[in-house]
Design a protein around this ligand. Structure first.
Ligand SMILES: Cc1ncc(COP(=O)(O)O)c(C=O)c1O
Length: 398
């Protein structure tokens, strides 16, 4: 890892010399360091890689092959799971429900061909839609129940809006419909504590807010782990042949790993370590993914303007969702323009020359890959491979 920003700039600039800008790159040495750090954070739990946070089959394969504790992928779409299965990946948990018949039919075909794909459900409507297709296709589909892990306090919803299943009774009600379907089998439970895993709690300049978030996290963790454990126990008692109980994300591994009801944890973002994961009290990952834009013009003595760059991350429209110029050191976005659709002005004292690269980090992990067809994989100061992203493969699911 380069401690000196000038050395880091020179290193990456040299590594991508001769490439046509813009490019996206992954420092594979840092990627591997992050994977080891994630596994350490995960304790003794197996790790499912969040494919949406990588969106590059070569890197997914690399992560899975790096350590036997990396087991399976968490997908964001049924067709993504089918596409990955066709590339030889297996043990695919689709973490977000869908009722599109054609997509479910594609999953049925993959399951019939011997691939292991679990679809997500959280209500009878999901179950009935999946069952209608599975019945027609004469396939038994394994499914996973998503349990809401938000903490609802008077006047505050600490969590996300996803599954309506919060109580044991609600979980058992969905299980009853699954059993009655005759063609689905409840093999998994997922309880993703998004507000623990995805909310920074050591953000510079927000001391009070950090304290409140840490207090909320401390209060939520035992309550939500109890909820997940109660649901899992009740479903097992009700005869559910559960094979997996999934929890966690990059930002919650140090607590999720202590939940005895959880059989595996998920993480993905920590591999690239985008800027939204910079400010957590309990961990820090190395910035492995970046993109480089060319300096295309110099409007005055304090600015350069790069071509491209407006890769704003999804989610609530908060300032940290913009890319961050990191190398060379000392460049900042112009507040009035931000990272623009086709041009990104940067202010600084020492300015790179026209044609030079400026390296940015994205706020989120896999979304970077929606902007580039390939990632340059950098190792030992040179491009060791060029790996297709989902976009480069023509994969568009949502
Ligand atoms: C269901 C689920 N599990 C786990 C994760 C964690 O992924 P990451 O480690 O990339 O933050 C996510 C991210 O959104 C998720 O939606």
């Amino acid at each position: 890892m380069h401690r000196d920003p000038q050395a880091a700039y020179d290193y990456y600039r040299q590594a991508i010399a001769g490439q046509t800008l813009p490019v996206a790159l992954v420092d594979m040495e840092l990627f591997d360091i992050n994977l080891r750090a994630i596994l350490e954070q995960a304790g003794d739990k197996p790790l499912r890689i969040a494919a949406k946070s990588v969106r590059c089959p070569t890197l997914l394969r690399h992560a899975l092959d790096s350590d036997p504790r990396c087991q399976g992928l968490m997908c964001f779409h049924a067709r993504e799971a089918c596409a990955l299965a066709a590339q030889g990946f297996d043990d695919l948990l689709v973490a977000y429900p869908t009722v599109q018949a054609e997509d479910v039919r594609a999953v049925c075909a993959a399951v019939r061909a011997g691939h292991r794909i679990l679809l997500m459900v959280d209500c009878p409507a999901h179950v009935e839609a999946l069952a209608a297709v599975a019945r027609a296709e004469q396939v038994t589909l394994p499914v996973c129940l998503d349990v809401d892990m938000s903490w609802r306090l008077p006047g505050l919803h600490f969590g996300v809006f996803r599954s309506p299943v919060r109580e044991v009774e609600q979980a058992l009600a969905v299980h009853r419909v699954i059993k009655a379907s005759g063609c689905l089998r409840l093999e998994g439970v997922m309880g993703y504590e998004a507000q623990i895993a995805g909310v920074g709690d050591a953000v510079p300049g927000q001391a009070l807010q950090n304290r409140v978030i840490r207090w909320l996290k401390r209060g939520a963790i035992p309550r939500l782990q109890q909820r997940r454990a109660d649901v899992v126990q009740a479903l097992r008692d009700d005869g559910a042949p559960l094979v997996l109980v999934n929890g966690g994300g990059t930002g919650s591994l140090d607590s999720t790993r202590h939940d005895p009801s959880v059989t595996e944890v998920t993480a993905g973002s920590g591999l690239f370590a985008p800027t939204l994961f910079d400010h957590y009290a309990r961990h820090r990952y190395a910035p492995a993914a970046m993109f480089a834009l060319e300096v295309a013009r110099q409007p005055d003595a304090e600015h350069v303007t790069c071509l491209g760059g407006g890769y704003i991350a999804s989610g609530s429209a908060m300032p940290p969702k913009t890319p961050l110029p990191v190398l060379p050191e000392g460049l900042a976005l112009e507040p009035n323009e931000g990272a623009g659709e086709v041009q990104t002005p940067l202010r600084g004292n020492t300015l790179p020359e026209i044609g030079a690269p400026v390296f940015f980090r994205h706020a989120k992990a896999g979304e970077l890959c929606e902007r580039f067809n390939a990632l340059l994989l950098i190792r030992e100061g040179r491009v060791e491979a060029r790996a297709d992203t989902y976009r480069g493969l023509g994969w568009q699911f949502i």
